[in-house]
Every structure is written in structure tokens, then in C-alpha cells.
Write a protein that binds this ligand. Structure first.
Ligand SMILES: NC(=O)c1ccc[n+]([C@@H]2O[C@H](COP(=O)([O-])OP(=O)(O)OC[C@H]3O[C@@H](n4cnc5c(N)ncnc54)[C@H](O)[C@@H]3O)[C@@H](O)[C@H]2O)c1
Length: 270
């Protein structure tokens, strides 16, 4: 295991479950101090406990600006610096179509998936800037978890797709701003395909975990769903100095699903 992140401090939102859980564990294995930030107290505290002394849990609702302010104050009081923010918290927002969607669900989905990322970037940049003056390497890394739903449209999870598409360009705009400011902060997005996490629990409850997993996996050219650790590895690259020339980019980790129409789909006999 490399020690790429030794001495660095990372916040991972939605760190109590799925991709966030795997990311917290991987960043800590590479030496980072990790703040597991989530609305789920019990699960978040357990992830931090299992990681050990490098991790601690902080309750955060990403949609509430005052909670971001409190989190950043706590991180700076404890560590005196912030190097990495992974804006991972998100909800599926339901599978309704544009015609069925309620304004309430639209607003809630955007409050978490989009406003939460905006607020994280806004407050992390401030914290990274003020703490980076004490760091010889300067700057920091922000990684925003979008989705393949941020790259291609879909009839189904309507507000989710809109919110994830917005995260893609929010990321590039934050990257452009930070580059212009020469503050050494990079910002990139990750676009996972189907990853086996509790976000699919409603589907697993309907059709069973194995059947659901096989069905979604069969939609991926690679033939199976991804694991949370697959996305954590992508985050690790963008969070570490190995990607020091990479900013405003989008890293797709989707088992090939956005690479093109599958040959067997296109040419299959009817
Ligand atoms: N699993 C997939 O197939 C997939 C694909 C593409 C993108 N993503 C994205 O990856 C991210 C992580 O999703 P996951 O699949 O690990 O799902 P998950 O449900 O396992 O984890 C999401 C976490 O976000 C937390 N969360 C929700 N609302 C929050 C809030 N207001 N404030 C703080 N935390 C909150 C939850 O408590 C949970 O711990 C999400 O942004 C999701 O949209 C997932």
C-alpha cells in the first residue's frame, strides 16, 4: 500500500455507506486522516471506528450551509488543514418520469445531489486556501461523485439525471475558478455506472439482490455491476498528487456502459 496521502486530511460526505464507506477506508489505508460525514450517525460512527484512529465521524446534512460551516470549523480546529473533499452524498430521488415528478421531490433531490456539492466546494475552497499557506505543496483536491446519469439522459430517474448533469459542469466551473485564482486546488468529477450499494435497496426489495444485480450487470458491456471499491480507486487517483495536472476532468468508471451501443443489442435478431 502506498503512503500517498500520509499527513493529508480528507472529508468524505455520505461516508457511512456504499461508495463513501469504501472511499473512507481506502483513503485511510493510504495514510489520510478521514472525516466520515453523513446524516446516518450509527453507520457513520461504525465506519470511523472500524478504520481506527485515523478516522472520526461528524454528522452532516450536506444540504444545510450552517452544517458545512460547523464541519469545516471542527476540521480546522482538530487538524489545522484540509486537503481533500469528496462530495459523494447523494440520493436516487425516485424513478419517476418528467410527467410524474413532484416539485417537492425535485427540490429535495437537487438540495442533496447538487446544492450539497456546491456548498461543499464553496466551503472547502475557503478552508483549503487558508490552510494551504502552511503547506509546502499548497492547494487541495475536490472530487465530486456524479454518475453516468450526468453524461446521458434517461426517461427514468428524472431529477437525479438533471442534478448529476449539473454536478458535471459545476465541477468544471470550480476547476476553472481555482485555476484562475492559482490557489492550487483541483476539482474533478467521477461518473460511476451501476455499483452494488444500498442506493439500490428499493430494487433489491422488489426483485431480490442476486436477480437485480444480474439484471443491472447485464446492461453493462463488461457483464457485471461494479463494486464500491472500484469507484474508491478512481477517487484515490484524483485525490492524490498523482493527478496533479488533472483538473476539470471527468473520470468515467462504468463497465463500458457509455462507450457506445452494444453490438449484440444493435445487431441482435428481433
Ligand atoms: N451506486 C451506484 O450505482 C451509483 C452510480 C452512480 C453514481 N452514484 C453516486 O454515488 C454516490 C454514493 O452513492 P451510493 O451508491 O454509495 O449510495 P448509498 O445510499 O450507499 O450512500 C449514500 C450515502 O449518502 C448519505 N446521504 C444521503 N443524504 C445525505 C445528506 N443530506 N447529507 C449527508 N449524507 C447524506 C446516505 O446516508 C448514505 O450514507 C451518490 O452521489 C450516488 O448518486 C452511485
Amino acid at each position: 500500500m502506498s503512503e500517498d496521502l500520509v499527513g493529508k486530511v480528507a472529508i468524505v460526505t455520505g461516508g457511512a455507506s456504499g461508495i463513501g464507506d469504501a472511499t473512507c477506508r481506502l483513503l485511510a489505508r493510504h495514510g489520510a486522516s478521514v472525516v466520515v460525514a453523513d446524516i446516518q450517525d450509527d453507520l457513520g460512527a461504525r465506519v470511523a471506528r472500524e478504520i481506527g484512529p485515523l478516522a472520526w465521524f461528524h454528522k452532516l446534512d450536506v444540504a444545510v450551509e450552517a452544517e458545512w460551516e460547523a464541519l469545516l470549523a471542527a476540521v480546522l480546529a482538530r487538524h489545522g488543514r484540509l486537503d481533500i473533499l469528496v462530495n459523494n452524498a447523494g440520493i436516487s430521488g425516485g424513478t419517476n418520469s418528467v410527467e410524474d415528478f413532484t416539485v417537492e421531490l425535485w427540490d429535495r433531490t437537487h438540495a442533496i445531489n447538487l446544492d450539497g456539492v456546491f456548498l461543499g466546494c464553496k466551503h472547502a475552497i475557503g478552508a483549503m486556501k487558508t490552510t494551504s499557506v502552511r503547506k509546502p505543496e499548497g492547494g487541495g483536491a475536490i472530487v465530486n461523485i456524479s454518475s453516468i446519469a450526468g453524461l446521458i439522459g434517461s426517461a427514468g430517474p428524472f431529477a437525479y439525471t438533471a442534478s448529476k448533469g449539473a454536478v458535471r459542469l459545476l465541477t468544471k466551473s470550480v476547476a476553472a475558478w481555482c485555476a484562475q485564482e492559482r490557489n492550487g486546488i483541483r476539482c474533478n468529477s467521477v461518473h460511476p455506472g451501476g455499483i452494488d450499494t444500498p442506493i439500490f435497496n428499493p430494487l433489491w426489495q422488489m426483485v431480490g439482490h442476486e436477480a437485480g444485480k444480474n439484471f443491472i450487470g447485464s446492461r453493462h458491456p463488461i457483464g457485471h455491476m461494479g463494486e464500491p471499491g472500484d469507484i474508491a480507486e478512481a477517487v484515490l487517483y484524483l485525490a492524490s498528487d498523482r493527478s496533479k495536472f488533472v483538473t476539470g476532468s471527468e473520470l468515467v468508471a462504468d463497465g463500458g456502459i457509455t462507450s457506445g451501443v452494444q453490438r449484440r443489442t444493435l445487431f441482435a435478431a428481433p
